[in-house]
Ligand binder design. Structure first.
Ligand SMILES: Cc1cc2nc3c(=O)[nH]c(=O)nc-3n(C[C@H](O)[C@H](O)[C@H](O)COP(=O)(O)OP(=O)(O)OC[C@H]3O[C@@H](n4cnc5c(N)ncnc54)[C@H](O)[C@@H]3O)c2cc1C
Length: 399
């Protein structure tokens, strides 16, 4: 009987894990049953969810899986049972099945947690998943149908991380289009830190501050959200901001399947993995993408919950799961290069290199790069076997 690799999730990490495992089996001319279980055979391009037309930001995966010999099962994994090397999963009709594996690759991603603050789950929006980002986009478009008021014209972004910044920078232009050029709109970023973009290098911070100022975005620093309700946001210092549109962007957590594996996890719930991306204490389970807490180098840096890391983590995890079944040497995960490319709306974008975020490009030049990254580089390869296998090599050129 063929050995089985089971991959949970068809995001950046899961897709590349499947292609990379198939590539190695093909290279060694041995058959391995490689199966992906996910709710849809499509890649949902989460890094673009602050943009317009969110519903279109998906790429089909079935043709790619067909040409590379990857099986796809549509459903949700409910339980991981390491003792018997099985998962239970629910198909699209709600029926429960058991599926055995020889190697499991957990690539089930992450989600923003809106439960941290009273009222956020009911009254705040987010742009974390296709459904919630679509609901947010529709809500913003429908603001035009509401009577003019301060609350209608004010958007509050809770959290000044990269997701919050990209959404904030996009909004002044979007609100003008929807509410009219003369509407007095406000975009407010509520940030716990002492200064805007305070967690990054001075160089990057200066760019973000300049771009925010130019687009009229307000930063409320040293500010924490106490609660959210239908009328807006109340801060811990008692200040109330009237708003019909509160967007929650902080508190991203690894998918809850990670809690079913008895292994150390970080504060975000990511499973500790070794250099081959095996979960500590579980040689037959690999964690990858946003569910993996993986060292990127020997200097103490770890992968972030980013697509740049998920893509390479996926390639290494799939390769190594297959290598262990083929009896060939695994390839230790390494990703020394770290870049950021942040969309700053009508101002342009900023591109940095290194963990110390040295600014290399700004404005239109960086925007051109950002567009090529998010509309080409991170999309799946063409549905051609040779092309897909070439790109699935963990050592193929990548950032
Ligand atoms: C608004 C936003 C902006 C971002 N911007 C950037 C950016 O500019 N640059 C960057 O590098 N990163 C960015 N990211 C982060 C990036 O999107 C994630 O790091 C990346 O998607 C992680 O890939 P992944 O494959 O681990 O998880 P995901 O892409 O989340 O994929 C997870 C997969 O697992 C599936 N799944 C979940 N649960 C189950 C289950 N129980 N059973 C079966 N399947 C399951 C999901 O359906 C999905 O197919 C952004 C994210 C967001 C939300």
């Amino acid at each position: 009987m063929r050995k089985r690799i089971l991959i949970v999730g068809a995001g950046f990490a899961g897709m590349w894990a499947a292609l990379s495992a198939a590539r190695l089996a093909d290279k060694h001319q041995q058959a391995i049953d490689i199966t992906v279980i996910a709710p849809q055979p499509e890649l949902r391009v989460r890094p673009r969810f602050y943009e317009r037309a969110v519903q279109t930001l998906v790429a089909p995966l079935q043709p790619l899986f067909d040409v590379t010999g990857v099986n796809f099962l549509q459903g949700h994994v409910e339980q991981i049972i390491p003792d018997s090397k099985e998962v239970s999963w629910k198909d699209a009709n709600g029926e429960i099945h058991l599926r055995r594996y020889d190697r499991l690759v957990l690539a089930s991603g992450s989600h923003v947690n809106r439960d941290a603050v009273v009222g956020a789950a009911e009254h705040a929006f987010d742009l974390d998943q296709l459904e919630s980002a679509t609901a947010l986009e529709q809500h913003i478009t429908d603001l035009a149908l509401q009577p003019e008021s301060e609350a209608r014209n004010t958007v509050v972004i809770c959290g000044g991380g990269f997701t919050g910044i990209e959404m904030a920078q996009e909004l002044p232009g979007r609100l003008r289009e929807i509410l009219g050029a003369d509407a007095k709109t406000r975009v407010v970023v509520v940030e716990r830190g002492a200064q805007p973009a305070g967690r990054w290098s001075q160089e990057l911070r200066d760019v973000i501050i300049e771009a925010s100022a130019e687009l009229g975005i307000e930063w409320l620093v040293n500010a924490e959200v106490e609660s959210v309700d239908a009328g807006g946001v109340t801060l811990k210092d008692g200040q109330v901001i009237a708003s019909q549109t509160v967007i929650w962007t902080v508190g991203v957590q690894a998918n809850s399947l990670t809690a079913q594996i008895n292994a150390p996890r970080d504060r975000q719930g990511r499973l500790h993995v070794n250099a081959n991306l095996q979960v500590v204490g579980h040689d037959d389970i690999y964690a990858t993408g946003d569910v993996a807490y993986a060292a990127t180098d020997d200097k103490g840096n770890h992968a972030l919950m980013t697509c740049q890391h998920a893509i390479l983590l996926g390639k290494f995890a799939g390769n190594n799961a297959a290598a262990s079944l083929l009896g060939v040497e695994p390839s230790p995960y390494r990703q020394e290069m770290y870049v950021t490319c942040l969309d700053l709306g009508a101002w342009g974008a900023v591109y940095t290199e290194g963990w110390d975020q040295q600014v290399k490009l700004t404005r239109a030049e960086a925007k051109k790069l950002k567009v090529s990254i998010v509309s080409e580089l991170i999309y799946p390869p063409k549905a051609e076997r040779a092309v897909a296998f070439e790109m699935a090599d963990p050592y193929a050129p990548f950032v």
